[in-house]
Design a protein around this ligand. Sequence first.
Ligand SMILES: [Ca+2]
Length: 533
Amino acid sequence: MLTIAVCQTAFAVVNAQTRVGALNLNPGESYLCCAVIDAANDFAYFGTDTVPGKVVKVRLSDFTRVGALTLNAGEDRLLSAVIDTVNGYAYFGTYYSVPGIVVKIRLSDFTRVGALTLNWEEHTLRSAVIDIANGFAYFGSENGVVKINLSTFTRVGKIPYSGALPSAAIDTSNGFAYFGTWTSPGTVWRVRLSDFSNAGGLTLNTDENALFSAVVDMANGFAYFGTDTSPGRIVKVRLSDFTRVAALTLNAAEDGLRSAVIDSANGFAYFGTETWPGKVVKVRLSDFTRVGALTLNTGEERLWSAVIDTGSGFAYFGTYTGTLTSGAIVVKVKISDLTRLNQVSGAVLNAPANTIYYVRTGNMYDDSALGFIYAKGVNPQNIIIQTDSTKVNQATGAPLFTGNMVLFGGRAASKVVKYYEDMGCALVTFSANATHYRFMKGLTSVYSVATSTYTPSKADYFVVQVYMEGSRTVFSMWGFEKEGTYASGIYFADTVYPNLATYTQCFYVCKWTDLNNDGIQQSNEISVVASGT
Ligand SMILES: [Ca+2]
């Protein structure tokens, strides 16, 4: 059941990307040029283009700034970074120092443990990659690629190149690193890691200039380079024979691809733009098409750094901004999910015994709807109540268990539903204004009902939806009022379940009208009024 007084924050959703929130850093923590992530320990680290450089530590789970580390004098303007999550160190490369410096940070206690000064001409370290297994990092300087032995923290050697190398990506499985040049057109330089040799250059086509971002899809054998052009272009390079396969020109005003992350498992890459405000452009790798772009809020501009936590399904973009009174901004973006309703078959109904959690609210209408769904499952499952403090955090509504979940009732009835709506995870959320109840997808109303004519005992509305929280599938049904929630159960049992394979959208908003005026929800009185992904 829902009440009129409910008011909630809505989130911008475009093509299954959602802006979840923004974290404003402190004054002086400006111009985020590089970032690394330690997802297992729940932290990301952003390097600033300031004098001296700073490293800002962000905890991912609650999206808070933990602290900042100010480097030594001369360790200025951090433009590149790599992380060794196995041994617990991050390395940041300086810009504009002559010679260049690589600063080593211990992650466990977030301290600066040393710095390596390169040769005098090896400055402006714009890019870097790491080969953790073999213990080497490679920094792109304005005088070539410099190899560093991480265990001894010493300079090993250099492959000369005259000019800037703004992007880099590494294919450790085949033993190559790739560096993108700041030229017109751009060139991809390949470095063989086994003997640290120049393995050739691939010159791209006209207008494929200034390769400012790069990612590698090791599983499928491709690299993708983003250009600093207007509009931005993404060039796909096949690694097996080191050839240019294709290029994707983005839409107008999707300019200057300064950052990129990849979700190889799900087959997407995300590019951050040099625009005001910034945009995150999503590209599907399987057919190399632009899926869509998420425009961030005013002030969240110039996305020069990014990291991704594919396990939780979030990416984080750092802005190249800052003033005397405000630092840069880290924007959290939910990248998933496009989970289709028909996936409920495998994720819930046919799941092994006792792996699924049905969450009761304690309200008989919600829990009656639970019964309709539960009865369609092939195995016995867990039925819990939301007031069980061993299963649900009573303060936040966060589930305290792993496993897929089925939820009944709206945010006013279920604290778990409220939790997922407020964290930006739920696909369709509830909103009420002065005149309407609304089913929202981000900031967009997908269906609204005038409260002046709303009579739930005669006609009510509900949503059936499925979405992901990281690797967890959440199957959720709720109505504006109890009549709608109850209707969702009978509708699933009678109409959805027998035709589940045909339900290829992520959410369905339905209307029940008491056609025979008996005060009871029959499934032939229910129809879909909106659906989508
Ligand atoms: Ca009826």
